[in-house]
Design a protein around this ligand. Sequence first.
Ligand code: PSU
Ligand code: MN
Length: 305
Amino acid sequence: MTPDTARPFVDLLPAVADALAAGRPVVALESTIITHGMPYPDNSVMAANVERIIAEEGAVPATIAVVGGRIKVGLSDGERESLATASGAMKLSRADLGFAVAQGRTGGTTVAATMICARMAGIRVFATGGIGGVHKGAEESFDISADLDELARTPVVVVSAGAKAILDIEKTLEVLETRGVPVVALAADIMPAFWSRQSPYRAPLRLERPEDIAALFETRRKLGLDGGMLVANPVPEEDEIPAGEMARYIAAAHRAAAEQKIAGKAVTPFLLGKILELTDGRSLKTNIALVENNARIAARIAKAL
Ligand code: PSU
Ligand code: MN
C-alpha cells in the first residue's frame, strides 16, 4: 500500500493528473531503459516515439523517473531530453528509490521502481522492454532482479517482451510461479525471449486480446489476489533476431562480463551494451521495436480497464 505521506514527493505531469482525475487510460513507462539501457540519441528518440504511440492509441503516457529527488510521473519533453543526456544518473530499484528522494538525486527507474511509483499515482498499466529476472549462474551469484519481487507485491500490469534473453528464462519463470505472478503470453503458446519470438519454454498462460488481460487483472483484484501480472508480448516477426543467432552473441557477452568481473547492477547494462556492439546495432533496433510494440498493447489494456 502507498501511504498518503508519499504524495508530497510525487509530481504528476498536468496531462497525467487530468487523465487520472477523469478516469482516462494512462500508461506508465520506465526510464532505466533511457539512462542505462540504450545509448544517446537512440534512447531519446525511443522515449519520445513510445510516448507518441501511446497517445495515438488514445491513452496518456507517463514516463517515470526521479529528477533532483522528485518522483516525476510524466516528464515534459525537456525533462525527458535532460534525462536521456544525463551523466551520472542512478539506476533506481526498490532498494535505492528512497535514497534518491532523500538525497535529491536523479535516476532512471527500473521495472520494480516504476511499478512502485505507478501505484503511488494510481496507474495500473506499464510498458517496458524486458523485465529483469534470474541471472544465469544465480545459484553462485544470487543475482535475481528485484523486478520479480515487485511483480509479486505491486498491483500493476507489466507489458514486456518476456524476460531479457541474457537471463535464465527457465529459472525466472520458476521464481515468478513461486511468488504467485501470472505470466500471460499474448496470442502465443511459447514464452518469448526479448529479441526473439521464441524461447525453449512454454508460456504458463495464454490470452488472445488486450481486453482479456484487462479482465484477468480485474478478476484478480476482486478475488483479493494482490500483486501484479506479467504480459509477454512477442516482438513482431519482421523485427526479431532468431534465438539461435542471439545465443552466440549472448554467450560472448557473458564471457566478456566474466573476464571483466562485472557484478551487481552493472551486469544488465553491460550485457546489453556488449550485445549491441556484437550485433552492430541490430539488437538495439529490435529492442526499440519491441518496446514500441509493448507500448501499443499496454495502451489497449489501459483502455479496456
Ligand atoms: N528492458 C530493456 N532495457 C533495460 C531494462 C529493461 O529493454 O535496460 C532495465 C529495466 O529497467 C529492468 C532492469 O528493470 O533493466 C533490470 O535490471 P537488473 O537486472 O539489475 O534488476
Ligand atoms: Mn541484479
